[in-house]
Design a protein around this ligand. Structure first.
Ligand SMILES: Cc1cc2nc3c(=O)[nH]c(=O)nc-3n(C[C@H](O)[C@H](O)[C@H](O)COP(=O)(O)O)c2cc1C
Length: 173
């Protein structure tokens, strides 16, 4: 059993590509694409650590493949106590700067309400230019914000720095 589950929803492949880069950084990780590989909430039980990825769509909403699982989580209320969870995802700070990567903040609220420890992988807001983000908590993003539309040249270095940060914070190899 892998110790890190990377659960990702991605419509045009940006957050999926980030998830694949992250998978390569950890010794013992498994990637679960929410459209192709996800069956039910019990899949979370297989991992101590979850890296939860979603791009942001609509008006700050999680990517469509997360809609049903998040609804199930809010209704079935699985106990996520003891799980370490960090969030990542793509957005567009220029065209959608009124809700930049807001999905990360909405998902954090749901996971933490179920007992998960979501205080990992906080990321500086410096270097981004946006109006509002529901992912901004205490002056930082509550996870890794990727903008492949406007800052594609920064994506690879952001992912690798975040993976190193998580290794330290979460004690991962
Ligand atoms: C109709 C539409 C709505 C979007 N809404 C948002 C949004 O509210 N916030 C945001 O940060 N990005 C928004 N985006 C940008 C996408 O999140 C961005 O293109 C991202 O790279 C898609 O990643 P994915 O391929 O992993 O799904 C939107 C894009 C489109 C086309």
């Amino acid at each position: 059993m892998a110790s890190v589950g990377i659960f990702v929803g991605s419509s045009s492949g940006v957050t999926q590509a980030v998830a694949e880069q992250l998978e390569a950084f950890f010794e013992d990780a498994e990637l679960i694409n929410m459209e192709e590989d996800y069956d039910d909430l019990d899949q979370f039980d297989e991992f101590d650590t979850l890296l939860v990825g979603s791009s942001t769509w609509g008006q700050g909403d999680p990517q469509r493949d997360w809609v049903d699982p998040l609804y199930e989580m809010e209704n079935e209320e699985p106990d996520l106590g003891g799980k370490k969870v960090a969030f990542f995802g793509a957005g567009d700070q220029d065209t959608h700067g009124e809700e930049f990567v807001s999905a990360l903040g909405k998902m954090k609220e749901i996971f933490s309400a179920l007992g998960a420890d979501t205080e990992y992988g906080y990321w500086p807001t410096e270097g981004y230019d946006y109006k509002f983000s529901a992912a901004e908590k205490d002056g930082k993003f509550c996870g890794l914000a990727i903008d492949d539309v406007n800052q594609a040249d920064l994506t690879a270095s952001r992912v690798s720095a975040w993976a190193d940060q998580l290794k330290g914070e979460m004690g991962l190899a």
